[in-house]
Design a protein. Structure first.
Lengths: 347, 612
């Protein structure tokens, strides 16, 4: 139990420190103290301000939304990665790898591309939500497809899961490519941004738009910790232990695809976070989903904030796509898990 | 109480289970047995509600199984599946505690901790509590899952425990431990249903056995009722010996092993495999029965004697070129050696020099004082030099791989001559020659009526030499036994084994020199002289000749003894001939005689006295 508390405390503290540092770093440097002061004033704790309007504006309208978005997306990717791994009963199941993100992005691109033709009125009506819902639908569709493909004898088979993921990724990529031919220049720019994955487009409206899609999964998913634990032994076994595996599976898949869809709709595909983060948590705190789910949300937020910070400062003033950083961090972990546990995982 | 009411289960119109009815009371441990595909697993899946029966229903504690909610059922029924894989790194303790989730109390709850501690202890996994499941062996994992399943219903005395092949990965200790746990829990009120393959374990631990065959209930009852040889054969197709342990009264089933000859279904690999395994079998057989003769071992192993000897090729056995007569002509140079000739029921060995080598038609002769041999060299096909436990010998086999003659070196032999001889005749290609496995056919006896008896009698009475008898029998197309039966009056009389023995003892006592003829397909060895000793050891009668020759015969194999009289130019010659059940001659006895001299009077006298 103390172990659990320590993990939460460390993660929260780390997150706070990283956020503060990250706010200060970038093309324009803002000292840590100034960062804290501006924030405190904004919240209303103190009543004086730093005599630097530019710093305050950069902080509040450029950096802060970007970092908040990073936190939300990181938490969503972390927790949905953990949840999807719980459903697939396998540490290699990652929304990006198995095509869930690709499904989301395909649907989002289709919506962008077809906007002028079909969705004009709808889009005016729903605004940003249309994109989020589209991405969610795509993610959910892909998830169900992969799950059905990978199931053999009532138990997900990892090899088919990964292969189905490859196929769906390829298919989504091809269809996305097709859509780009019908797009105009403005749409093309939006689509290209999508493919790379970036937090660069962050603004407060966007954040307000996606917050419910992310907060609901992040807060609700941990409820299914026990259920996912039983699921790890097997669907049938879980039923014998008094759980309704179908119900858990549906809800967890809906919640995690909701989160992934929302993320993809605003940042494009950011890979490997959902793989890396739960893996680290399991290494430190064990496989119990009651810990892994919430802790993955925290660590996901932390990892994405750090990655974004690195993306901004490594080759400043130019920005690296954040997907490059997460892939650099995550892909070796993927290989490591494969190498270490291939026999046990790939059975 | 669990009641299974005439359930059937079908897929694609094929019944996997058909009309199965039984009920299980509290406190009962029931084993379900059956061959692969008999429907055991399907039945278990229906009992644990994973599958719905096509017909019939399952009633559990007076309520249809389907009317329970998942939670209600989980509180009173736990299932251990055959296959349980955990691919996330849960610790053993976490997995066992999952069984307690249904209680919706905290892990630290006293009851949960007690269940955890007790189940881990009894399943022998306490020391693994903090290990990751991914690091455990299959058997250990299965024990963890057993503990988890037990912890789920640990404090419910009315629980139903369903175990589907719980022990398939476990070692011997935990196979017993698991079933003992199940049995003990049943005595606390649990109902236990357990699919098993190990029939003896079922007999030992189950209160009741339900045997399935082809989706139907074949038998249902106490182990001692169900496990009869006949039932087991019906269900599994295996022949068994069923006994009851007199001390524990537990039924014990000993399956008769199946024997398959690889040559029958894998002809490509057979040759080398058989050779290796034959050698092993030969060695272990020899160890087990050190006194058995080579031909007996060969018969037991289903091969020929020569093939057994070939096993030593390249090691202690050297294949010689089959230039039989040239080799035989050189044996004299070896000095004093021991010649051995045997058939299945008689063996003669004698030390001496192979003197007076000569040829006479198809026969090669040694007419030495000690070594007196008639050899049919055309029958000798294989010559081997063998060194076995320090004894060196030349061994000869016929085309069917049967031993015809052996020559052993003795202290009086010229070993260097022997070695040179072996070197000289050593076959370049030391691979085993092929043995023709022709089955030796016994000649069919012709009907007596077809034989010209008077001609035959006349021919018999006009024999000039004892050797003519062979030709006589052949000319009239008779078997030897038939010839004796149809012999002219007082030329062949059947006598008792007892009178044969009396004759021998007489000869020994009053020093009448006799000749003992031991024959096989390839040669006849004659052991001639006074008998110094007659010794009976079990069935074997050993006749020791005074200068060391020894003839041993198996009296149990003697089927008939005949006193035969053959006329020769030197007068009548009397012999005693011993035959086996199939009419093969075992051994022949004559008084000592030489061509041109009449038969010994003393021999004649002994015969007339002993045979009365």
């Amino acid at each position: 139990m103390t172990n659990k508390k320590t993990i939460y405390t460390c993660l929260t503290l780390g997150l706070f420190v990283v956020v503060v540092f990250s706010l200060g770093l970038g093309a324009m440097h803002i000292p840590v103290l100034d960062v804290l002061t501006i924030l405190a004033k904004r919240i209303g704790i103190i009543d004086f301000t730093v005599e630097d309007d530019l710093a305050e504006n950069v902080l509040l309208y450029v950096r802060l939304p970007r970092i908040v978005l990073g936190l939300l997306v990181g938490a969503a990717l972390g927790i949905s990665g953990a949840a999807v791994q719980g459903i697939f009963r396998n540490p290699l199941a990652e929304p990006g790898l198995i095509g869930i993100s690709a499904g989301a992005s395909l649907f989002a691109v289709i919506i962008i591309g077809m906007e002028s033709l079909l969705f004009v009125s709808l889009s005016e009506l729903l605004g940003f939500y249309l994109l989020a819902f589209g991405a969610f639908a795509g993610a959910g569709f892909a998830a169900m497809l992969v799950y059905q493909f990978s199931k053999t004898d009532g138990k997900p088979n990892v090899a088919t899961m990964l292969l189905a993921g490859i196929a769906i990724n390829a298919l989504a990529g091809a269809l996305t490519g097709l859509v780009t031919y019908t797009a105009d220049e403005q749409q093309l720019r939006t689509i290209t941004f999508w493919m790379l994955g970036s937090l660069g487009g962050a603004n407060w409206d966007m954040i307000i738009g996606i917050t419910p899609f992310i907060l609901i999964p992040v807060l609700v998913l941990p409820i299914y910790g026990k259920g996912l634990n039983l699921f790890a032994i097997g669907e049938h076994q879980a039923e014998q232990m008094g759980m309704n595996p179908g119900k858990i599976k549906n809800r967890v898949v809906i919640l995690s695809t909701l989160a992934v869809g929302a993320c993809v709709s605003v940042t494009g595909i950011i890979g490997f976070v959902g793989l890396l983060v739960p893996h680290i948590i399991r290494l430190i705190g064990g496989a119990d989903h009651r810990l892994v789910l919430p802790a993955s949300a925290l660590l996901g937020a932390l990892v994405l904030t750090v990655s974004d910070m690195l993306a901004r400062i490594v080759v400043a003033p130019v920005e690296l796509p954040i997907g490059v950083i997460t892939a650099l961090l995550g892909a070796p972990v993927f290989l490591y898990i494969l190498y270490k546990d291939k026999k046990k995982i790939l059975q | 109480m669990l009641r299974v009411e005439s359930i059937s289960y079908k897929i694609n119109n094929r019944y996997l289970l058909k009309d199965i009815t039984f009920s299980i009371r509290k406190g009962e441990m029931v084993a379900i047995l059956g061959a692969n595909g008999a429907g055991k697993s399907t039945l278990m899946k229906i009992l644990c509600r994973e599958k719905q029966p096509s017909e019939g229903r399952v009633v559990f504690d007076a309520k249809n199984l389907n009317d329970y909610s998942a939670k209600e059922l989980a509180a009173k029924r736990a299932t251990l599946y055959q296959q349980n894989t955990v691919s996330l790194a849960f610790t053993v303790q976490e997995v066992v505690l999952m069984g307690r989730y249904i209680k919706e109390t905290d892990n630290t709850d006293v009851a949960n901790q007690l269940a955890l501690k007790e189940t881990m202890e009894i399943c022998g996994i306490s020391h693994l509590a903090d290990r990751s499941m991914l690091t455990l062996s299959g058997g250990e994992q299965q024990r963890v899952h057993l503990a988890r399943v037990l912890s789920q219903v640990w404090d419910n005395k009315d629980a139903l425990l369903l175990l589907d092949e719980p022990i398939s990965n476990m070692d011997m200790l935990y196979q017993h431990q698991t079933l003992a746990i199940a049995n003990a829990l049943s005595k606390k009120g649990f109902m236990v249903v357990c699919v098993l393959h190990e029939i003896n374990l079922a007999a030992q631990y189950a209160d009741r056995v339900i045997m399935l065959k082809g989706g139907r209930k074949w038998w249902d009852g106490a182990p001692e009722e169900v496990f009869t040889s006949r039932n087991i054969f019906t269900a599994f197709g295996v022949h068994t010996q069923v006994q009851t342990d007199p001390r524990t009264l537990i039924t014990q089933i000993g399956p008769n092993g199946l024997k398959l000859d690889a040559a029958v279904f894998n002809s490509n690999l057979a040759a080398t495999y058989n050779r290796r395994s034959l050698k092993e079998r030969f060695i272990s057989y020899q160890d087990e029965y050190p006194a058995k003769a080579l031909w007996q071992i060969a018969e037991a192993l289903g091969v020929t004697e020569a093939e057994l000897m070939f096993l030593g090729l390249g090691e202690n056995v050297t294949l010689l070129r089959p230039e039989i007569e040239i080799i035989l002509g050189r044996i004299e140079e070896l000095g004093l050696v021991k010649g051995v000739t045997y058939n299945q029921h008689c063996e003669t060995e004698r030390i001496g020099v192979y003197r007076n080598f000569s040829k006479e038609g198809y026969t090669t002769l040694f007419l030495g004082e000690d070594i007196d041999l008639r050899i049919f060299p055309s029958r000798w096909k294989i010559a081997l030099a063998v060194e076995d436990k320090g004894k060196e010998s030349l061994q000869f086999f016929d085309t069917n791989g049967n031993a015809v003659h052996q020559i052993y070196l003795t202290g009086g032999s010229y070993r260097q001559v022997y070695l040179d001889l072996v070197e000289e005749f050593k076959q370049k290609d030391q691979s085993a020659p092929r043995i023709e496995k022709t089955i030796h056919k016994h000649m069919e006896e012709r009907r007596d009526a077809e034989i010209d008896i008077s001609d035959f009698h006349q021919a018999w009475n006009s024999m000039l030499d004892t050797h003519d008898f062979y030709g006589l029998v052949k000319r009239f197309g008779l078997t030897r036994m038939q010839a004796l039966r149809l012999a002219p009056p007082s030329r062949a009389m059947q006598v008792s084994l007892e009178s044969f023995r009396r004759t021998i003892l007489h000869c020994s006592n009053i020093k009448v020199p006799i000749m003992m003829f031991t024959a096989n397909e390839g040669c006849v060895q004659i052991n001639t002289g006074h008998l110094s000793n007659v010794n009976s050891n079990g069935a074997w009668l050993t006749l020791s000749e005074i200068s060391g020759g020894e003839t041993k015969l198996n009296e149990d194999a003697v089927h008939s003894v005949w006193h035969v009289v053959k006329p020769t130019v030197d007068g009548d010659v009397n012999s005693l001939e011993l035959y086996g059940a199939n009419g093969d001659m075992i051994v022949q006895f004559f008084g000592e005689r030489k061509t041109g001299i009449a038969e010994l009077e003393s021999w004649k006298k002994v015969l007339s006295n002993s045979l009365g």
